[in-house]
Design a protein around this ligand. Structure first.
Ligand code: CTP
Ligand code: CA
Length: 226
């Protein structure tokens, strides 16, 4: 049995992490994004390095510095993130999708700044591809971890996402709970596998959540000897 976050636990494992929100352009000076800070994904990347993995971090716009020892890939839109992730899927053993990908993007990106005209303006949005769902369809040996950001019925929605997107684990995040969610340094999560709840973690630092999540993954990964 290994102790929590053992330094060599992910040795020789190639870990691909996504973090942050995506930025969806409206015109040259405007965009749509969300409140994701990137802190959870960056903490996962940092802990994975500490546990000996070769880590690539695909990040949407974030003010956070690149963690030491991580290969950093900075992207803006969901389409950019999809390309960055899918092109690295074959060479990854563990994929962790902590990013808050925008569900929709403007149907057209205006080439010039949109001028103020009538009293109302309707912006047409179209659905972005679901990157995690695509990974779930394409995956072979990869161990895949998704996130589920919810404001209600966490168990039900998280398990539904795990099954729909063919993940091995899913991290359910009640983003309306105190001490959880986007901007803070702590999180409150429940982790599920195909059989249901694995662990409901009490409030703790994102670093500790990251460590526990990686440990649970290592316990279950076929490419790691117990
Ligand atoms: N995700 C993704 N691509 C998208 C949307 C989401 O890869 N276009 C991933 C996220 O990175 C996360 C998981 O899917 O790991 C769940 O994201 P979430 O927003 O909670 O779920 P959705 O499936 O988008 O459903 P909804 O927002 O309607 O709850
Ligand atoms: Ca979503």
């Amino acid at each position: 049995r290994h102790f929590q976050g053992e330094p060599g636990r992910l040795k020789d494992q190639r870990v691909l992490v996504t973090a942050g929100g995506t930025l969806e352009r409206i015109d040259p000076v405007r965009y749509i994004t969300n409140d994701s800070s990137g802190k959870m994904g960056y903490a996962i990347a940092e802990e994975a390095v500490r546990m000996g993995a070769a880590v690539t971090l695909v990040s949407g716009p974030s003010a956070l510095p690149a963690p030491n020892g991580v290969e950093m890939v900075r992207v803006q839109s969901a389409l950019d993130m999809r390309e960055a992730v899918l092109s690295r899927l074959d060479t990854s053993d563990l994929v962790i999708k902590a990013a808050a990908v925008a569900d929709y993007r403007p149907a057209v990106v205006a080439e010039q700044k949109i001028k103020k005209k009538s009293d109302s303006l309707t912006l047409e949005l179209i659905k972005n591809p679901d990157i995690l769902q695509e990974i779930g369809t394409l995956k072979k040996h990869q161990f895949v971890i998704g996130f589920a950001a919810e404001t209600e019925r966490l168990d039900e929605h998280a398990l539904d996402k795990l099954n729909r997107k063919n993940c091995d684990l899913i991290v359910g995040n009640n983003v309306s709970q105190a001490g959880a969610g986007f901007s803070g340094d702590t999180n409150v999560v429940s982790i599920y596998d195909r059989n249901g709840l694995v662990e409901a973690l009490p409030i703790q630092s994102k670093k500790d959540v990251a460590r526990k999540l990686l440990e649970l993954a290592a316990d279950r990964m076929p490419t790691i000897a117990g």
